[in-house]
Ligand binder design. Structure first.
Ligand code: FEO
Length: 401
């Protein structure tokens, strides 16, 4: 098949590919608009490939690599990240280019051996080491736990291009355009946040560490492993600032109300609270039925907004299973710095309200009001408590701005 492989800079070829077949990223997160696995080939005196791709798109990737090399050998494969959405191509590259040298760190090669067996042609790098390709040189910055322990970033020093692995990535395919100058960059705004919340959100401190590392270093291009290549300085600043904000748990004035409801009683409480918040001047109110909306989207908004209110009926003396799943994710993420409230319902024996109340304490949230628990449908006394809860939440949110 005839190919035209785009270049993000002179002799740096984009050899990644779009995946529109996969339903769930990591078999967890919905990707209705797909995802791209980005890989880059630098053709210089030496040739270097930076990361590979997921098995789903391996043929396209290999064709692009072969085409861009134009018969030359591949000298290096730089492995910034060993998660299989980027490392699955390693075995194929090794078969096609058996002399290629794999560049990574000690942790990279531990994972490599466990996934694919022992390789001998390894170049182990340390933090700050460089690899000269000719005109271009790569400098390696370790970024442990952004998103796995072996992650490193490769910085091309002549044009200040940061190959950033998962950091600064996004869901969504690259439909024609590869760089922010070539596509509708604003479309990705929400997907950057969702990707962060779903994939990177647990690792706020490591993200802060890497942001510190690049403080004072000029970055003219960010080339992540997913989503657009960012070349415009305003978009680079936007993205750095977004990562700073998200990893510091900084938020906007708004509330996520996420509830589970079997027959409508818990939902009715959510509606009362939402309305009262609106009457008290809160504009960004996002109400989700956790049985309907995938946690991926709810987490995105939870990362965006300061207020969080959870509600659940008691189900088999526990939380409703859909709420239990969301609560577990919040605990795993170690979400911080939220103004929180909760409510629950039951028919004959309550448990959900207590559990949701405990979550707020466990995560050290600012608790706006005591947990509300109603038996059956909402009645006068608890209705009044809901109104007060919403009013206090609104007041607290206004103080944070
Ligand atoms: Fe895109 Fe952590 O892999």
């Amino acid at each position: 098949m005839k190919l035209k492989v785009p270049q993000i800079k002179k002799d740096i070829f984009y050899v990644g590919a779009n995946d529109r077949k996969k339903q769930l990223f990591e078999n967890i997160w919905p990707i209705e608009t797909g995802v791209s696995y980005n890989s880059y080939l630098i053709v210089d005196k030496k040739t270097a490939l930076i990361d590979t791709v997921d098995l789903n798109v391996i043929d396209t990737f290999l064709s692009k690599v072969e085409h861009s090399l134009q018969g030359r050998q591949l000298d290096y494969l730089v492995i910034n990240h060993m998660e299989p959405d980027h490392c699955s191509g390693i075995r194929y590259i090794m078969r096609l280019y058996p002399q290629v040298q794999l560049v990574g760190n000690k942790k990279t090669f531990d994972i490599l051996a466990n996934f694919f067996g022992t390789y001998t042609n390894l170049i182990e790098v340390q933090e700050g080491d460089t690899l000269t390709l000719g005109q271009r040189t790569l400098k390696f910055y370790f970024a442990p736990m952004v998103h796995w322990p072996e992650v490193m970033m490769s910085f091309e020093t002549s044009e200040h291009i940061l190959f950033s692995a998962d950091a600064f990535g996004s869901f969504g395919t690259l439909d024609g355009g590869i760089t922010d100058e070539e596509l509708d960059f604003n479309w990705f705004t929400e997907e950057y946040v969702r990707y962060y919340a779903n994939v990177v959100g647990k690792f706020a401190h490591p993200v802060q560490q890497i942001l510190k590392k690049f403080n004072g270093i000029t970055i003219s291009t960010i080339a992540p492993t997913h989503g657009p290549v960012i070349t415009h300085h305003i978009n680079i600043e936007k993205l750095l600032s977004l990562y700073h904000k998200l990893s510091s748990y900084e938020t906007e004035q708004g509330v996520v109300i996420a509830y589970a409801s079997m027959y409508g009683n818990t939902e009715a409480i959510a509606e009362v609270i939402a309305r009262e918040l609106a009457e008290n001047g809160i504009k960004h109110i996002k109400v989700f039925d956790v049985s309907k909306t995938h946690a991926s989207y709810i987490l995105r908004d939870i990362f965006k907004y300061k207020g969080l209110i959870l509600g659940s009926p008691t189900y088999n003396m526990e939380l409703h299973p859909s709420m239990e799943a969301l609560v577990m994710k919040l605990e795993h993420l170690g979400l911080k710095k939220r103004v929180y409230a909760s409510f629950g319902t039951f028919s004959w024996a309550g448990k959900a309200a207590k559990k949701l109340g405990e979550l707020g304490e466990h995560l050290q949230f600012d608790i706006a009001a005591p947990t509300i628990e109603e038996k059956g449908a909402l009645k006068d006394e608890k209705f009044a408590e809901c109104i007060v809860m919403a009013q206090i939440m609104a007041e607290k949110l206004k103080q944070y701005l």
